[in-house]
Design a protein around this ligand. Structure first.
Ligand code: FAD
Length: 453
């Protein structure tokens, strides 16, 4: 009899675990209460990047005079934009569903919960269904954190989930929170034409990021007319018929048409029956006890945002794959554990910002000897051809062995280019390995070979 693997939550972690385990021979049941593809497709990665793509297209048209083009500025049709986003989401769901079904995964539409450590109940439109499981994975994701000091109404005071389908574009938006999500929404709404104020609780946007990188982004925000309220924490929002007033704890306040809260997320763990199954928590998150993402109950695994590890779709996918392989006994002999330190990540602003591995500032903070090489994109023909010479490539390597330890890229297509450094960091390649690769000319990637010399 095949191993019975039941997964609760069909986001990136759940769908990947399901396809991998099914391919390896498991009998897989995936319980999803909403959309196959998860919040990543419905609320987070896909709609935000689709809106950013529209904003970027508008930015490019605005700057097209420098490319020798003269055109009238198009206007935004929010209805068309909404249809486009829905179209992408529906297509991705269809593709994910077809893949799962073709692998023999049973998709159960319903809300899943554990009733003990070997049984999952799904509440479906047709009533309760119970599944016996040899292994269970919980990958129920997370949702935006709501503050005590403001009431989200979805009309004037928004979370990221309300921001994709505005009937009209906010005239003046106050974004609270200057982490990755906050700055992406600042970029997105300024591109689409809103006036934006950003409440920054510290003294730089993207707290914790390389100050040099944050400075490039702040310059772009200033160029776009974004007002930065630095060193201020939002402490209240007053709502009226025609707008909001966001109050800060230092006495400052800002009036606007809308406010958007991007202040982190909380895990979806309610009513999951974790107690009944004996699964221990780590605060609000589900605790994993080893590299295999097992909980304290060895055949119950946790993956994705709900695990409280790095909240990225890419990481959730990799966790799902590794868990499925472990469930199917593939990791009995040596294999490479998922190393969160080596996960590439990107911020989809203008310019894009991408990082992998060791950051320069962290190396210095640790007193670690590193070699840092930095090459501006302006030195490449392609950046000049693109009419966008901003940004740079920075490679951090071991000064003795040349092994690439990390890197940052700021500039156009940084989110794509960082993959080269991610391969190097994950596989212990050296700067010579990069420098001796023949890249396309003209291309932005040539800055990588130059920085690796
Ligand atoms: C605005 C925003 C933009 C982002 N952009 C990016 C990006 O560009 N790149 C990136 O890598 N990451 C991005 N992220 C993070 C990314 O969205 C998450 O890390 C990712 O969605 C986590 O995947 P997951 O599998 O854990 O869960 P999710 O995608 O959250 O999916 C969980 C699923 O579980 C289901 N579920 C929950 N409870 C139950 C239950 N009891 N029974 C059945 N089903 C249940 C939910 O309906 C959902 O479908 C972004 C996040 C936000 C907020």
């Amino acid at each position: 009899m095949p191993l019975r693997f039941v997964i609760i939550g069909g986001g990136p972690a759940g769908t990947q675990a399901a396809t991998t385990a099914a391919r390896l021979g498991a009998q897989v049941t995936l319980v999803e209460r909403d959309l196959v593809g998860g919040a990543a497709h419905l609320w987070d990665c896909v709609p935000s990047k689709a809106m950013i793509a529209t904003g970027d297209a508008l930015d490019q048209i605005e700057e097209s005079a420098s490319m020798g083009l003269v055109s009238a500025m198009p206007t935004l049709d929010t209805e068309l934009l909404r249809n486009r986003i829905n179209g992408i989401t529906e297509r991705l769901e269809r593709q994910a569903t077809e893949l799962l079904v073709s692998q023999g995964v049973e998709i159960v539409r319903g809300t899943g919960r554990l009733v003990d450590d070997h049984h999952v109940v799904a509440d479906t439109a047709d009533g309760e269904r119970t599944f016996e499981a040899d292994a269970v994975m919980v990958s129920t994701g997370s949702r935006p954190r709501l503050p005590e000091w403001a009431k989200v109404d979805g009309e004037r005071v928004l979370t990221t989930r309300d921001a994709y389908t505005p009937p009209v574009l906010p005239q003046h938006l106050v974004v609270v929170g200057s982490g990755v999500t906050g700055v992406e929404f600042v970029h997105l709404f300024t591109s689409l034409g809103s006036t934006v104020t950003l409440v920054v609780s510290r003294n730089q946007v993207l707290p914790g990021k390389d100050p040099e990188v944050a400075a490039v982004l702040e310059d772009d925000f200033v160029r776009r007319g974004v007002q930065l309220l630095k060193g201020a924490r939002a402490s209240g929002i007053d709502v009226s018929d025609d707008g909001v007033v966001v109050r800060c704890d230092d006495g400052r306040s800002v009036s606007a048409s809308h406010a958007l809260l991007a202040i982190g997320s909380i895990p979806n763990t309610e009513s999951l029956g974790l107690d009944a199954a004996g699964v221990e928590m780590d605060g609000a998150w589900i605790r994993s006890v080893d590299h295999h993402m097992r909980t304290n109950v060895p055949h119950i695994y946790v993956a994705g945002d709900v695990s409280g590890k790095l909240p990225l779709s890419s990481v959730a996918t990799m966790q799902g794959r590794k868990i499925a392989e472990h469930v199917m006994g593939l990791h009995k002999v040596g294999h490479r554990h998922l190393d969160y330190e080596k996960a590439a990540s990107a911020i989809f602003t203008d310019p894009e910002i991408a990082d992998v591995g060791l950051a320069e500032a962290d190396a210095f903070a640790e007193g670690r000897k590193v070699r840092v090489t930095k090459v501006p994109f302006a030195s490449t023909a392609k950046a000049l051809i693109n009419g966008d010479p901003r940004g740079f490539v920075k490679i951090i390597s071991d000064p003795y062995t040349g092994v690439v330890l990390g890197g940052s890229i700021v500039g156009r297509h940084a989110a794509e280019l960082i993959s080269v450094l991610a391969v190097a960091v994950t596989n212990g390649l050296t700067v010579s390995d990069i420098a001796e690769s023949i890249f396309v000319h003209p291309s932005l990637a040539e800055a990588l070979t130059d920085a690796a010399e």
